[in-house]
Design a protein around this ligand. Structure first.
Ligand code: FE2
Length: 364
């Protein structure tokens, strides 16, 4: 068996460029139960930006805004709106990760370098992936500070209870028509990932919307990246709508794992997070479709949580509406009970729900 040339310990952090990081940080604390742990900005010697680091379970979100209208962060926001800039990967050797991937054809975004403060040093390096998104390799074995050098601990006096978000299960990219296989090839060749699953438009087309999707995963399976491209339908596919409004490829959704989806979604709804709704008819023959499940049907129905089964078990999932005014990034909440798949049985019901939203936006 060939050696994994890019061992990855897990997701290190996800950084979003947003129009107003101070307010976004409060939204993710208040609505999603994240805790503010660190900050970098003018008060800490970083003159051109403000970054808030939020944590829940193993998840770290970094929310960054520019202080001035010039520069790459402002340009990113001008073009894409709020969105994911960095999918950071935790590695043992950032320089080797950068070397192995760039020597296989990845475009370098930031060359390997050391950042340090009194808590030690971290090594980081970045490569480009789809659109303006980058992967940053983070080597932190010689660092003991709160997040990364340059950040200072920061607490909020307002700390809502966490809601059971544990880790990032998968992170989905939308790319242009005809580009999916190129990016699957990128993850296979450049990053050593393996193709896990393919969905074609037979699996997931509705009357209007269709997409093709392939899921790639790294050696230990901790990182899963589904890649979507639009497929021809009668009207505009949800992926095309995303590409139009994001002005190009980017992260469509992050799926976050919980081990008590009923509790998590009850809390999210209470705090004002909006979800896609499937019709109540979805639940009429649900148990015939998925068989016996541990949960009572009524709370799933009340909360609009979806269920799907594969050969290995079942999963429960639900999708938020976009979390900014552009119909771009959204979140999935997922609880796996043995199933390793992605909820294929729910695609039709979900896509019809998305199409109702697209129709309301006038984009169908
Ligand atoms: Fe997903």
């Amino acid at each position: 068996m060939s050696q994994d040339f890019l061992p990855i310990n897990g997701t290190d952090y996800v950084e979003l460029y947003v129009g107003n990081a101070k307010q976004s940080a409060l939204y993710y604390q208040y609505a999603f139960g994240y805790e503010l742990i660190a900050y970098a900005g003018p008060e800490t010697g970083i003159k051109d930006r403000a970054s808030y680091v939020l944590k829940q379970g193993k998840i770290r979100l970094v929310l960054t805004s520019p202080i001035f209208p010039e520069g790459p962060i402002a340009e990113h926001i001008q073009k894409h709106g709020d969105g994911v800039k960095v999918l950071a990967l935790w590695v043992e050797d950032a320089e080797k990760s950068w070397y192995e991937t760039t020597s296989r054809g990845a475009a370098s975004a930031i060359e390997p370098h050391i950042i340090s403060d009194k808590f030690g040093e971290a090594k980081v390096a970045s490569i480009h992936t789809y659109g303006d998104t980058i992967h940053t390799f983070v080597e932190r074995k010689n660092y003991s500070g709160i997040f990364l050098p340059g950040y200072q601990p920061r607490k909020s006096h307002y700390t809502p209870e966490p809601i059971g978000l544990m880790y990032i299960d998968h992170c989905v990219g939308n790319v242009e028509l005809g580009e999916m296989n190129r990016w699957v090839d990128f993850y296979e060749t450049v990053m050593g990932f393996k193709l896990l699953i393919t969905f074609d438009d037979e699996d997931i087309s509705t009357e209007y919307s269709a997409l093709m999707s392939k899921v790639v995963s790294n050696g230990n399976g901790f990182i899963k990246f589904p890649i979507n491209e639009p497929a021809a339908g009668k009207k505009k596919s949800q992926i095309e709508e995303y590409l139009d409004f994001y002005r190009g490829p980017g992260v469509q959704h992050m799926a976050i794992a919980t081990d008590d989806i009923i509790h998590t979604v009850t809390e999210l709804r209470k705090r004002g997070v909006e979800f896609l709704e499937v019709p109540q008819s979805y639940y009429v023959d649900l148990l015939d479709r998925v068989g016996k499940i541990d949960e009572d049907l009524q709370p799933l129905k009340d909360l609009n949580i979806l269920v799907d089964r594969d050969e290995e078990g079942y999963l429960l999932q639900i999708f938020t509406k976009p979390v900014q005014d552009r119909p771009t990034l959204f979140f999935e909440i997922i609880q796996r009970k043995g199933a390793k798949s992605f909820g294929k049985g729910n695609f039709k019901a979900l896509f019809e729900a998305i199409e109702r939203e697209q129709e309301l936006r006038g984009n169908l």
